[in-house]
Design a protein around this ligand. Sequence first.
Ligand code: ADP
Ligand code: ADP
Length: 232
Amino acid sequence: MISIKNVQKIYASKQGQVKAVDDVNIEITEGEIFGVIGYSGAGKSTLIRMLNGLEIPSDGTITVANRVVSKIKGRSLRQARQEISMIFQHFNLLWSRTVKENIAFPLEIAGIDKAERTNRVNELIKLVGLEGRENAYPSELSGGQKQRVGIARALANNPKVLLCDEATSALDPQTTDSILDLLVDINKRLGLTIVLITHEMHVIQKICHRVAVMEAGRIVELGSVLEVFKNP
Ligand code: ADP
Ligand code: ADP
């Protein structure tokens, strides 16, 4: 489903060049929940942002759902983002729109007509467990509820891949667990491939099938969660 081959990302900064991602190779299978863990500055965010064209690699090739995303622009980039959607640490909701308007937003952009949008939004509200909160504004929701809106919005156009950028890092432990349970449920029910980045081992251990450990732009370990975190 996802192939990352010899990928590098170099940023130019005042101090010189920063190699944020350094010769990374990863293959991710359809239906897998794949985690990338590492300390702050390891390059996780740069890596995941290259999977949907938010960053373009300096070198190497990335293919997601048979689409080369490592040098993609314009219309094909917009199409790719419907297939490869993303949720964020701070949710990135539209604060002047209600829950159902936030979820309907990507459907509007995709040109789906009103009747179909309404049906789809109702399905998504049920899927993420937000019944009764349809007309609330984000400021009236708890952190966990905001992330449920983020997830529903990300799933609106039936993506093939869901990218999670520190999606539970702003949440308390109990809310984190309920959001992780929801992600597992979605993975099982829809067969959706999930790639997540986190600095929390617990997140990886709770839901990931495989994990890559990232340090200074490089993958230093990759394998099943049991293999990588086994006690010596
Ligand atoms: P992580 O997500 O693991 O915290 P990042 O991908 O955000 O790591 O950052 C990796 C490295 O790249 C860091 O040294 C960071 O300072 C640098 N970096 C990230 N984004 C930029 C940018 N837009 N310009 C310059 N340097 C950047
Ligand atoms: P949490 O309380 O779960 O951490 P926040 O309410 O702080 O979530 O929202 C996360 C992000 O959204 C922050 O960057 C914050 O500045 C921004 N934000 C929160 N409320 C509003 C608002 N009413 N209008 C615009 N941005 C907002």
